[in-house]
Design a protein around this ligand. Structure first.
Ligand code: SME
Length: 169
């Protein structure tokens, strides 16, 4: 019997980011709503990388900010139940927010103050998200069940996605 070979496309991580960035640009080209953009980025990223365990945003709480309190509140995400609020400086997300720098954590259990929303998470990357004025508006958090799942390719890809999606007016 003749068997039809279904081509399996195996892409490198950087190629996956190239296609992902192309798709995000195409879908969000004319969209200005921040929640719509965040939800779409979560969906497309999680589909591009099916092995990601938790993918989503923690947003700067604008009400708390007016009271002088720096706190993140959970935004659009996919994955198991996430913590609702994280103070700046706490855990990986809070550190990314406080320092405005990407955090790559190969072993979350070794990270001081790591917040274990789900014990299956073993490594993570958290990228700060800025508006066109350069103000921090959120952090983008990805968790993996694998140790050491994230590298410079993820940093470059995710920082590019956040800049092209939220950093331009
Ligand atoms: N791991 C994060 C908390 C958020 S959850 O993983 C969804 C942290 O330590 O910042």
């Amino acid at each position: 019997m003749h068997r039809v070979e279904v081509p399996v496309v195996v892409r490198s991580k950087s190629e996956t980011y190239q296609y992902l960035i192309r798709d995000i640009k195409a879908v969000l080209d004319d969209e200005g709503n921040r929640i719509a953009k965040m939800a779409t980025v979560v969906s497309l990223c999680a589909q591009a990388f099916p092995d990601w365990f938790w993918t989503g945003f923690y947003c700067v709480d604008e009400v708390k900010k007016t009271q002088g309190i720096e706190e993140l509140v959970v935004g659009p995400y996919t994955g198991t139940l996430g913590c609702l609020r994280i103070a700046f400086g706490r855990g990986v997300c809070g550190t990314a927010a406080a320092t405005r720098t990407t955090q790559i954590v190969p072993d979350v259990h070794a990270f001081p103050g790591h917040i274990a929303c789900d014990s299956r998470s073993n490594s993570e990357i958290v990228v700060p998200v800025f508006d066109p004025a350069g103000e921090l508006i959120a952090v983008f958090d990805v968790d993996s069940e694998q140790y050491d799942a994230f590298d410079e390719t993820d940093r470059d890809g995710l920082e590019d996605i956040m800049a092209l999606t939220f950093g331009k007016s």
